[in-house]
Ligand binder design. Structure first.
Ligand code: SAM
Ligand code: SF4
Ligand code: SF4
Length: 372
């Protein structure tokens, strides 16, 4: 890692404005490629207590790093208002993320507000959270009581030394495992455990992780290391394809492919032939799933991103704080989604060449800013 060239927040985000013709939401919104809007990911902080080598490398995210000031964060009331508008457009799943979302004070207060929102279809909103698990043992019960449905916990190794090298803050595996147990006991399920596989760093943990979680209440999913942001020095040689992960596990514990739970599911599902439960593969690099991508992301400071690899966000906070009414905000969101044509992962082979250029990677937003 050498110079600091990353983009912390997207200063170029154009302001979202209300279109001349305002329109009430119908619950059915399709983008330019016919994809519906179903899934909203909300980043509640850009800070984190880990320094995962593939996400917030220490050399970049050091004590001089300029995090967002508190005044620029959306308040819980603002987030809830925006979430309500998205639900009226058809969103049925909300994931809270970060940075580390459990670092945001009184997050359960936000969960309470979101839980109170009704969907037009009458189906309950699927309300979930992605966390590194470090504070979960303390927070699981309060989150469940506030109405959170489930959690996804990131854990990149079951061996303490490897895990400490991955999180780079000397955090122990046992604390995350305690968090998982607390979440399970609180009824926050089904619980998924996400392992990012970085070749040469933690791929030796694929089998130990599979062995550990086989037959447990937790669904382990392997994520291909992605070229998000510009600070992790991503290199294709460090991507371990999911097919290789399946091959390695199957050699010891045979796996059988099973059907997805729903269209657009990001993970392909596999079950152990001996009935020991299932594992998932998130092949964001080798098998793009853009064609069913129904996700939009709201940054901590109120910018909307129609793709994880977007180089530009759209500032909703300006309109929100300038007194825009619900119809204006909702119409601005509808116009943004209708124009969306993102399919970065499908075109990555073409783009990959550009990734080696500093100027290209510098323009991409960081995972710790937008939350995955
Ligand atoms: N701090 C929380 C956590 O780690 O679960 C939530 C935010 S984190 C950015 C969300 C997810 O993105 C985590 O599962 C993390 O492992 C994953 N992630 C971060 N950088 C990644 C990368 N370069 N490639 C693949 N996944 C990545
Ligand atoms: Fe923090 Fe999550 Fe990024 Fe790790 S992956 S540094 S826990 S935001
Ligand atoms: Fe969706 Fe963009 Fe990821 Fe494709 S690359 S799946 S459009 S977020």
């Amino acid at each position: 890692m050498s110079e600091k060239i990353i983009l912390l927040s997207d200063v170029r985000a154009p302001a979202l404005t209300a279109p001349a013709a305002l329109e009430a939401p119908t619950g059915l919104l399709a983008d330019a490629l016919g994809r519906p809007l179903h899934d909203l990911r909300i980043s509640v902080t850009d800070r984190c207590n880990f320094r995962c080598v593939y996400c917030m490398p220490k050399e970049v995210f050091d004590k001089d790093y300029a995090y967002l000031p508190h005044s620029s964060l959306l308040s819980f009331e603002e987030i809830t208002r925006v979430a309500k508008l998205f639900i009226a457009h058809g969103v049925e799943k909300i994931r809270l993320t970060g940075g580390e979302p459990l670092l945001r004070k009184n997050l359960e207060g936000l969960v309470t507000q979101l839980r109170a929102l009704d969907t037009p279809s009458g189906r309950p909103l699927d309300l979930t959270l992605t966390t590194n698990g470090s504070l979960l043992a303390r927070k699981a019960r309060a989150l469940r009581d506030a109405g959170l449905d489930r959690v996804t916990v990131s854990l990149d190794a079951i061996d303490n030394d490897v895990f400490r090298r991955m999180n780079d803050v000397d955090f122990a595996v046992s604390d995350v495992l305690n968090g998982l147990d607390a979440a399970h006991a609180a009824g926050l399920g089904p619980i998924k455990v996400n392992m990012v596989v970085k070749g040469g760093t933690n791929d030796g943990q694929i089998l130990p992780m599979a062995r550990h979680f086989k037959g447990s209440p937790f669904i382990l999913r392997f994520i291909e290391y992605m070229d998000v942001g510009g600070s992790n020095g991503w290199n294709m040689d460090e991507v371990v394809p999911s097919s290789e992960v399946v091959r390695r596990i199957s050699a010891e514990m045979p796996l059988v492919a099973i059907n997805p739970n729903y269209t657009g599911e990001t993970a392909s599902r596999w079950k152990y032939a001996d009935g020991g439960g299932e594992v998932g593969m998130i092949s964001s690099v080798t098998q793009a799933f853009c064609q069913d991508c129904s996700r939009i992301r709201l940054s901590t400071e109120g910018k909307l991103y129609t793709c994880l690899f977007a180089t530009q966000g759209h500032d909703l906070r300006g309109l929100l704080r300038a007194g825009g009414n619900d119809l204006e905000l909702s119409s601005a969101i509808a116009r943004l989604w209708r124009r969306r044509a993102d399919r970065y992962s499908e075109t990555r082979t073409v783009n990959t060449a550009g990734l080696s250029s500093r100027s290209e990677s510098a323009r991409k937003i960081e995972m710790s800013y937008i939350g995955g």
